[in-house]
Design a protein around this ligand. Sequence first.
Ligand SMILES: C[S@@+](CC[C@H](N)C(=O)[O-])C[C@H]1O[C@@H](n2cnc3c(N)ncnc32)[C@H](O)[C@@H]1O
Length: 263
Amino acid sequence: MPARRSRTLFCVACAWLTGVLALLLLLGGGQRLSAEEPAEKSTAAAQRYEIRKDHDPNGIGKFYFGREIAQVMSFHGAPWLERPQREEEERLSLLVDSLELKAGQSVADIGAGSGVITIMMSRKVGETGKVHAVDIQEEMLELLGDKLNQLDITNVKLVLGDVKTPKLPRGEIDLALLVDVYHELEFPYEMTLAMANSLKPGGRLVLVEYRREDPQVPIKLIHKMTQEQVKKELSQPEFGLKWSKTIDTLPRQHILVFEKTTK
Ligand SMILES: C[S@@+](CC[C@H](N)C(=O)[O-])C[C@H]1O[C@@H](n2cnc3c(N)ncnc32)[C@H](O)[C@@H]1O
């Protein structure tokens, strides 16, 4: 083979090899990019919460938007939820009236506890309606179950949720209520997303929280929330929620009403 021809063949082979190498590098680069995506997502999820050593003894040392999450109230505290003076202190009847529930609606009492408010809601939605009473403590649901049997109430469904989801059907709930619960959710982001997804378009998510703005409200600081804090936490676009009003007719608590605006 003449020397000139073999040099040409050599150059063609080199060019081909360089092309193949460049292609492999490009593909490798592409793979690295897509592998980084889930890592970024999990970093974002991890950064949502902050763990601090120095914290309130009644909190869990976990912070969300700068707020420490409170310890969950044990079922041993059920008698406190049932105390006779609660109606006077918290005006529960006024609270439930202000929700303007209608017969036939499907509603949820999330963090129902021993079910004081569940029972009031069950009377408002009537036999054609339904209350999903959700709690993460089986003992609370057992207390509520006994009361429902005694009172012959049949429109309440007991739901054992978990810390990240209330296990409600998607898009079926007219109103989800949390009375004195949101501040103790261990995973507020995940719970809010799941609760928002359970609502019908136009459905309402209602949070009742002790007013932190008011130093006269006689309850530990970690069990109180400001309106501003609640609104900040619930305004993340993926929830599809819009603050509609705050009802301040109760002696100690805010009633914050959010509406589901998107699917
Ligand atoms: C302070 S009690 C309020 C009970 C009831 N709402 C009332 O006002 O009578 C808070 C309740 O929320 C429940 N809870 C806490 N985290 C929860 C979660 N992720 N899902 C459902 N219930 C939860 C607790 O087990 C407890 O029964």
